[in-house]
Design a protein around this ligand. Structure first.
Ligand code: IPM
Ligand code: MG
Length: 356
């Protein structure tokens, strides 16, 4: 098969980790008879520098016309003082919105070989961690009305947290469908003891659950969830939650994997077009030094093969190659531990390719 991919490598370590992802995909393509054609477009800080805006219309158009989008990372200190709608992050949020990517899947899996890199006590993770965070991605306060106003306490600012029945229904279905293919357990995370939006959220999740009688559903308030995640990480399967809670909990879950440099993500909408990116950011402090961990980006490529193109064997080959590299003792700096062999970004990519 032939696939047209839009590539938004972005800023900082984005281009380095993306380069390894592309090499891996090309090799998989060779082995299985697929060709990937890449169209590079600018988004984030590099687009601000070149075009004066973080997300040029051209980038949106190319992404929309592609079979899927690969994204590296956006952001950097150079652009930190720009006003909100001109910041590099606008590229990410704008693409999520423009492409209708409402479902964000963030699988936090702890490889056996990385148990030492996980900051939790060994007895807490000895049964293995395998959590799928399903985060709503185009609603909530990220996309709600925002603004400033005068109050009797002086100037104030607001970001409205709003969810409609339809928005909750579709993300809940994504979570339940995924749970059906895993351990059939969904944990809904909200704050319904305080927030009206969470009360609606929970009532819709309960409604959707009726269509999935085989799935066990439980609920946690977000504050409690953040605590339970580090107390009993092995007991979670699928977590479904809103945009802001999912942002926070997925960073927490990323630490279960040993490093945020291990966590891939998929952003999906109604069709097969998805956007695939590592959960980590642009890490400007280590950019250009060939020391970044490309595994999260490489695993995002595998998620694309699985979720957008249904190429399960091809995806598995990448996942297995990553596991082998780790079992063989190779580590980038972020997951380095005693007795292991430390390698750079390019070398890590090469080691994965050798094991495909
Ligand atoms: C993420 C990031 C983004 C978000 C930022 C960079 C806008 O933290 O993908 O989790 O908050 O969604
Ligand atoms: Mg985040």
């Amino acid at each position: 098969m032939n696939f047209n991919l839009a590539v938004v490598a972005g800023d900082g370590i984005g281009p380095e980790v993306m380069a390894q992802n592309i090499l891996v995909l090309n090799e998989v393509g060779k082995k299985f008879g697929h060709t990937f054609k890449y169209t590079e477009v600018k988004g984030g800080g590099c687009a601000i520098d070149e075009f004066g805006e973080p997300l040029p219309q051209h980038t949106i158009d190319v992404c929309k016309a592609s079979d899927s989008v690969l994204l590296g990372a956006v952001g950097g200190w150079q652009w930190d003082t720009l006003p909100g709608n001109m910041r590099p992050e606008r590229a990410l949020l704008g693409l999520r919105g423009a492409l209708g990517l409402f479902a964000n899947l963030r699988p936090a899996t702890l490889h056996d070989a990385l148990k030492d890199a996980c900051p939790l006590k060994p007895e807490l993770v000895k049964d293995g961690v395998d959590i799928m965070v399903v985060r709503e991605l185009t609603g909530g306060m990220y996309f709600g009305e925002k603004g400033r106003k005068q109050t009797d306490m002086g100037e104030a600012a607001f970001d409205v947290e709003q969810y409609s029945v339809k928005e909750v229904d579709r993300i809940a279905r994504v979570a339940f469908d995924i749970a059906m293919k895993r351990s059939k357990h969904v944990t809904n995370v909200d704050k319904q003891n305080v927030l009206e939006s969470s009360r609606l959220w929970r009532s819709v999740v309960l409604e959707v659950a009726k269509d999935y009688p085989e799935v066990t559903l439980d609920h946690l308030y977000v504050d409690n969830a953040s605590m339970q995640l580090i107390m009993r990480p092995t007991t979670f399967d699928v977590i479904v939650t809103g945009n802001i809670f999912g942002d926070i909990l997925s960073d927490e879950a990323s630490q279960m994997t040993g490093s945020i440099g291990m966590l891939p993500s998929a952003s999906l909408g109604e069709g097969s077009l998805g956007m695939y990116e590592p959960v980590h950011g642009s890490a400007p402090d280590i950019a250009g030094k060939d020391i970044a961990n490309p595994i999260a980006t490489i695993l995002s490529g595998a998620m694309m093969l699985k979720y957008s193109f249904g190429l399960l064997d091809e995806a598995k080959v990448i996942e297995d190659a990553v596991t082998k590299v780790l079992n063989d003792g190779y580590r980038t700096g972020d997951i380095m531990s005693e007795g292991m062999k430390q390698v750079g970004c390019k070398e890590m990519g090469k080691l994965v390719i050798e094991r495909l």
